[in-house]
Design a protein around this ligand. Structure first.
Ligand SMILES: *[C@@H]1O[C@H](CO)[C@@H](O)[C@H](O)[C@H]1NC(C)=O
Ligand SMILES: *[C@@H]1O[C@H](CO)[C@@H](O)[C@H](O)[C@H]1NC(C)=O
Ligand SMILES: *[C@@H]1O[C@H](CO)[C@@H](O)[C@H](O)[C@H]1NC(C)=O
Ligand SMILES: *[C@@H]1O[C@H](CO)[C@@H](O)[C@H](O)[C@H]1NC(C)=O
Ligand SMILES: *[C@@H]1O[C@H](CO)[C@@H](O)[C@H](O)[C@H]1NC(C)=O
Ligand SMILES: *[C@@H]1O[C@H](CO)[C@@H](O)[C@H](O)[C@H]1NC(C)=O
Ligand SMILES: *[C@@H]1O[C@H](CO)[C@@H](O)[C@H](O)[C@H]1NC(C)=O
Ligand SMILES: *[C@@H]1O[C@H](CO)[C@@H](O)[C@H](O)[C@H]1NC(C)=O
Ligand SMILES: *[C@@H]1O[C@H](CO)[C@@H](O)[C@H](O)[C@H]1NC(C)=O
Ligand SMILES: *[C@@H]1O[C@H](CO)[C@@H](O)[C@H](O)[C@H]1NC(C)=O
Ligand SMILES: *[C@@H]1O[C@H](CO)[C@@H](O)[C@H](O)[C@H]1NC(C)=O
Ligand SMILES: *[C@@H]1O[C@H](CO)[C@@H](O)[C@H](O)[C@H]1NC(C)=O
Length: 525
C-alpha cells in the first residue's frame, strides 16, 4: 500500500517514490474557466510587421510555418496583434511607396526606429498568412494634425485589408498609462488623467467607427467592431485601469477584451538573472498577481482579461537570458500559470532583432534568421492546452511550494488528461562535461474513477543541453529549426521520444525530470 501525503509533505519528500501528489479526476474548484481559443497568441512590433509577414510578392513562409505548428496543436492560429511602442510613432504618407521608412535615434532606442512613416503598401503584409486573424494597433499618441490624418487615412486601408475574415479586433494606442512618463519622451501633459484619456479614446474610436461604417459596413453589421483596451503598460503606472473603466471606457460596449501588458523585469534592471528572475516560479506568481487583483475587480464586466503584450524582460530582452532555453522554461511556467489563474489569453511580444523573440524572421547584421529558444516554450504551452476549438480545456495550478518547479493539470471536457511539470533549477551546458545532470522525481496519484481505467501514460519532453543553451532545443524529439525544414516539424533521430511510464496498481505514476527541463504526461484512459 502506498501512503498518500499532503502536497507540502510531498514537496519535502519529493525524491521518495512513495510520496505522490494527489490529483482529482474532475477539475478542482480553483481550476480555470474553459481556455479561450488562440490562448497562445503573439504581438508583433508595428515597425517589424513587414519583416515577419513579408508581402504578397514575397510572403514570409518561415513565419507562417511556425504559426501553423501552433495552429496544429491548439486548433486555431495565434491571433497576431500588430502594435507596440512603434504603433504610436507611425504616421501615414499616402504617396510613400515603401511599406515602412524608419529612422533610429539611439538615445531614444537602439532597437526600433522612433520616427516612422508607413505607406499604403504596409497593409499588403496582412495578405500573406491564410486564416490568420489580426489586431491592428492605431496611433493614439500623436494628437496633432498628422495623427488625425493618419487615423483617417489608414482606417479604410486596415478595414479593407483585414475585412471580416482576417480582423480579430482593433486597438487604439499602446500603453497610454505611460504617455506622461515615457522614457522616450512624454506625449501628454502631467495633468492628463483617466477622464481625459477616456474622452479622447471615445472620440477617436467613434471616428474610426464612422469610417468603418462607410468603407467596411460588414465589419459593423457582423459585430466585429471591437477593441482590445486600454492596453496599459502594466499595473501601477500613471493611469489606473479601474478608474479608467469607471470613467466610461466601455460606454459604447465595444471592448472585447480588457487588455494589460506585463514583463517580469527589465533587460538592464540591476540584479536581474536567469535563475532569480525568470526561472523562479515565485517571481512569476508575484508578477501575475497584480493583474489578478485587477481582473478580480473587473470580473463583474464578464469581459475577458488578457495580456495583449507580454514577455520576459522589457526593453526587448537581455542577451543570454531572454534568448536562452531558460527563458523558454519561464515561458511555459508563466503562460500555464496565467492560464490556470484566469488570464484568458497571452500575446507574446516580439520584433526584428529582439532578444526575447520566438523567431527572427529575416537575416540582419544583428541577428541570424531562425527559430529561437522561446518558440519551443510556445510549442509546449500549445501542446499542453491541446485543441481549444473542439473541447473545453480547463487548467489547474498545482503549487509545489518551490521557486524551482511547478506543475499544472489539464482537464479536457471535465476529465484529467495531461499533467505538466516545469523544473527550473539552473543547469549550465558547461556542466555536461563534468558529471551527470541532476533531476527531480515527481510522483502523482491519479485517481480511480468510475468507468475509467488508466491504460497508460506517455511523456513528451522539452529539453536542451542546459538552461543557457540557445540552440539544440527540442520538444518531444522534434526540432522546428529554420535550417531543417524552414520551421516545419522534423523528428530528430538522436533525441529520445515515445517514452511511457509505469502506472502502479493504485494509479501512482512517477516521472524523472532533469534540471532545466519540462515534461508533459499524457494520460490514456
Ligand atoms: C511622402 O512620400 C513622398 C514619396 O516618397 C515624399 O516625396 C514626401 O516627402 C513624403 N512626405 C512626407 C511628409 O514625408
Ligand atoms: C515586398 O518584399 C520584398 C522582399 O522583402 C521587397 O523587396 C519589396 O520591396 C516589398 N514590396 C513592397 C511594396 O514593399
Ligand atoms: C534623439 O532623441 C533625443 C532624446 O529624446 C533628442 O534630444 C534628440 O533631439 C533626438 N535626435 C534627433 C536627431 O531627432
Ligand atoms: C483556411 O480555413 C478554411 C476553413 O477552415 C480551410 O478550408 C482552408 O483549407 C484553410 N486554408 C489554409 C491555407 O489553411
Ligand atoms: C493633445 O492633447 C493634450 C492633452 O489633452 C492637449 O493639451 C493638446 O492641446 C492636444 N494637442 C492637439 C494638437 O490637439
Ligand atoms: C481629471 O481632471 C479633471 C479636471 O481637473 C477632473 O474634473 C476629473 O475629475 C479628473 N478625473 C479623474 C478620474 O480624476
Ligand atoms: C471629437 O472631438 C472633436 C474636437 O473636440 C470634435 O470636433 C469631434 O466632433 C469629435 N468627434 C466625435 C466622433 O465625437
Ligand atoms: C525568486 O523570486 C522572489 C520574488 O521576486 C524573490 O524574493 C527570490 O529572492 C527569488 N529567488 C532567487 C533564488 O533569486
Ligand atoms: C545592429 O548592428 C549595427 C551595425 O553593426 C549596429 O550599429 C547596431 O548598434 C546594432 N544594433 C543593436 C541593437 O545591437
Ligand atoms: C489550487 O488548488 C490546488 C490544490 O487543489 C493548490 O495546490 C493550488 O495552489 C491552488 N492554486 C491557486 C492559484 O489558488
Ligand atoms: C550558469 O552560468 C551563468 C553565466 O556564466 C552563471 O551566472 C550562473 O551562476 C551559472 N549557474 C550555475 C547554476 O552554475
Ligand atoms: C541531433 O541531430 C540534429 C539534426 O541533425 C543535429 O543538429 C544535432 O547536433 C544532433 N545532436 C546531437 C546531440 O548529436
Amino acid at each position: 500500500m502506498i501512503p498518500l501525503y499532503t502536497i507540502s509533505t510531498c514537496v519535502l519528500f519529493m525524491k521518495l517514490a512513495f510520496c505522490a501528489i494527489p490529483l482529482s479526476f474532475t477539475p478542482p474548484q480553483n481550476a480555470s474557466q474553459p481556455i479561450l481559443k488562440s490562448f497562445v497568441s503573439f504581438s508583433i512590433e508595428f515597425s517589424s510587421f513587414p519583416d515577419f509577414a513579408g508581402n504578397s510578392s514575397s510572403p514570409n513562409t518561415f513565419s507562417y510555418n511556425l504559426l501553423t505548428n501552433l495552429q496544429q496543436l491548439q486548433g486555431s492560429y495565434p491571433i497576431i496583434r500588430v502594435g507596440g511602442n512603434t504603433q504610436d510613432y507611425a504616421t501615414f504618407n499616402a504617396t510613400q511607396t515603401q511599406a515602412v521608412i524608419g529612422t533610429f535615434n539611439f538615445s531614444r532606442s537602439a532597437d526600433y526606429p522612433t520616427t516612422i512613416t508607413i505607406g499604403p503598401s504596409y497593409f499588403d503584409s496582412y495578405s500573406t498568412w491564410p486564416n490568420v486573424t489580426f489586431l491592428h494597433g492605431f496611433n493614439l499618441a500623436n494628437n496633432g494634425t498628422l495623427g488625425y490624418d493618419t487615423l483617417v487615412g489608414t482606417v479604410p486601408l486596415v478595414c479593407k485589408a483585414l475585412d471580416t475574415s482576417k480582423l480579430a479586433y482593433f486597438q487604439l494606442g499602446n500603453e497610454p498609462d505611460l504617455y506622461k512618463t515615457s522614457s522616450q519622451g512624454p506625449v501628454r501633459p502631467s495633468w492628463w488623467n483617466e477622464t481625459d484619456y477616456v474622452d479622447e479614446w471615445l472620440n477617436k474610436t467613434r471616428l474610426i467607427r464612422q469610417i468603418v461604417q462607410q468603407d467596411c459596413p460588414d465589419v459593423i453589421s457582423q459585430g466585429k467592431f471591437e477593441f482590445y483596451a486600454p492596453s496599459f503598460g502594466g499595473t501601477g503606472n500613471s493611469l489606473n485601469l479601474l478608474t479608467t473603466w469607471n470613467a466610461g471606457l466601455d460606454t459604447d460596449n465595444d471592448i472585447a477584451c480588457i487588455d494589460s501588458h506585463n514583463y517580469i523585469g527589465g533587460a538592464t534592471q540591476p540584479g536581474v538573472t536567469l535563475q532569480g528572475t525568470l526561472m523562479n516560479h515565485t517571481s512569476t506568481v508575484l508578477s501575475v498577481s497584480h493583474h489578478l487583483n485587477e481582473s478580480r475587480l473587473l470580473s463583474g464586466t464578464g469581459i475577458p482579461y488578457i495580456l495583449g503584450e507580454t514577455n520576459s524582460l522589457y526593453n526587448e530582452g537581455a542577451p543570454g537570458l531572454s534568448n536562452s532555453f531558460g527563458a523558454a522554461l519561464w515561458g511555459v511556467d508563466f503562460n500555464l500559470y496565467c492560464a490556470a489563474t484566469g488570464i484568458r489569453r497571452t500575446h507574446m511580444h516580439q520584433g526584428t532583432n529582439y532578444r526575447y523573440a520566438s523567431w527572427q524572421p529575416t537575416q540582419t547584421v544583428n541577428e541570424t534568421l531562425g527559430t529561437k529558444a522561446p518558440y519551443y516554450g510556445n510549442i509546449m504551452v500549445a501542446a499542453f492546452l491541446g485543441d481549444l476549438t473542439t473541447s473545453n480545456v480547463s487548467i489547474a495550478d498545482i503549487e509545489l511550494g518551490s521557486i524551482y518547479q511547478n506543475a499544472y493539470a489539464a482537464y479536457v471536457d471535465g476529465r484529467l488528461e495531461r499533467i505538466a511539470v516545469v523544473q527550473m533549477n539552473e543547469y549550465n551546458t558547461t556542466h555536461g562535461t563534468t558529471g551527470t545532470r541532476p533531476g527531480e522525481t515527481f510522483s502523482f496519484q491519479v485517481p480511480a474513477a468510475a468507468g475509467a481505467t488508466l491504460r497508460g501514460v506517455s511523456v513528451q519532453r522539452l529539453i536542451a543541453n542546459g538552461s543557457d543553451a540557445i540552440t539544440g532545443i527540442t520538444f518531444d524529439g522534434i526540432s522546428y529549426n529554420y535550417e531543417l525544414e524552414q520551421g516545419k516539424p522534423v523528428v530528430l533521430s538522436n533525441v529520445t521520444r515515445g517514452e511511457v511510464l509505469q502506472v502502479a496498481q493504485n494509479g501512482a505514476v512517477s516521472v524523472d525530470v532533469p534540471w532545466s527541463s519540462a515534461a508533459i504526461l499524457n494520460l490514456q484512459w
